[in-house]
Write a protein that binds this ligand. Structure first.
Ligand code: SF4
Ligand code: SF4
Length: 301
């Protein structure tokens, strides 16, 4: 319930309160964070049930799965497999095409916020990290987020040169997804190390700087239909910047652009940056209701 907090008080908002939002008429409702967590947990519960009681709704893991018989394959995994083996079975081609079409509709990096199990863990780590920074126990370290494109390329080159899908050995998303479907493994230690790095070293570092899966979905998201829409009731309070771990996509909210926007008579605009994960945190906290989800193609429907 942090919507009507200001920039100063939002830092001290409890994590639990961010799962609820309050409407203008004072009614409490689930925030986007709550809706996302419910979806992520539901997806992985279905993976778990497919393995343990053979409930054939959603089978497999996030790298490769079947939903009601439809194949779904992670696009980055497909590129790795192709570069490592120069062979793509028809099921992989169909599964990858399905996923690309789905995310062209629902926003590329929405995968990171609405599907990825590490996203949940990382949000908890982000809260711990921010608390430690606010108490001046640690410093917040930021790097150039474009380094993720270099990692994206390096892991593909490694697949090509080694004939092995190298990234999958350190892929925290795949490790967690397999763990939830099939049970614990020692690889969980690596996931915890990455989380510790995020808590004590750099906010949401894996998602921001490393994960090539999110980067691939970002490329798809550039042209996807579902986006966040901004409108000119924004007062540039910068609360959305504080809660967003990819704040570079929210440049339009900065006061320095206000004059330019007024001159051009822009009343609304889509947040089109590839890095936006459509997490909805900015929508949850905007006290002017200047941000909302919008379907870019609705005029064509
Ligand atoms: S979009 Fe909303 S939260 Fe972001 S700066 Fe504008 S008024 Fe503040
Ligand atoms: S712009 Fe909003 S929806 Fe996009 S990542 Fe930032 S907080 Fe999430």
């Amino acid at each position: 319930m942090d919507k009507y907090n200001n920039k100063e008080t939002i830092k001290n908002t409890s994590f639990w309160s961010t799962f609820f939002d309050v409407t203008k008429d004072g009614k409490s409702k689930f925030s986007y964070r709550m809706k996302r967590w419910i979806l992520v947990i539901a997806i992985h519960l279905l993976f778990f049930l497919s393995f343990f009681i053979d409930l054939q709704i959603l089978e497999g893991t996030l790298s490769g799965s079947r939903f009601l018989g439809f194949h779904m394959i992670d696009p980055y995994m497909t590129m790795e497999v192709f570069l490592a083996t120069f062979h793509l079975p028809i099921n992989i081609i169909i599964g990858t095409s399905t996923i690309v079409i789905v995310y062209l509709m629902v926003g590329g990096r929405s995968y990171c916020s609405w599907v990825c199990p590490y996203g949940i863990l990382s949000e908890i780590g982000e809260k711990w990290h921010n608390t430690l920074v606010n108490k001046k126990i640690i410093k917040s370290r930021k790097f150039d987020h474009r380094v993720r494109h270099i990692f994206w390329t390096i892991f593909l080159i490694l697949s090509f040169t080694s004939g092995f899908i190298v990234f999958e050995t350190i892929n925290v998303v795949g490790i967690l997804s397999r763990m939830m479907a099939y049970g614990w493994s020692l690889a969980l230690i690596w996931v915890l190390l990455v989380l510790i790095m995020e808590v004590f070293f750099s906010r949401r570092a894996w998602c921001t700087y490393i994960c090539p899966i999110g980067t691939t979905y970002g490329y798809i998201g550039k042209v996807s239909a579902l986006r966040i829409e901004w409108n000119d009731s924004c007062d540039s309070c910068m609360v959305c910047h504080d809660v967003c771990f990819e704040p570079q996509v929210l440049e339009i909210t900065k006061a320095k652009y206000k004059k330019q926007i007024d001159e051009k008579n822009i009343t609304d605009a889509y947040i089109t940056g590839a890095d936006c994960t459509l997490c909805g945190r900015c929508v949850d906290v905007c006290h002017e209701d200047a941000l909302k989800f919008d379907f870019r193609l609705k005029s064509l429907v």
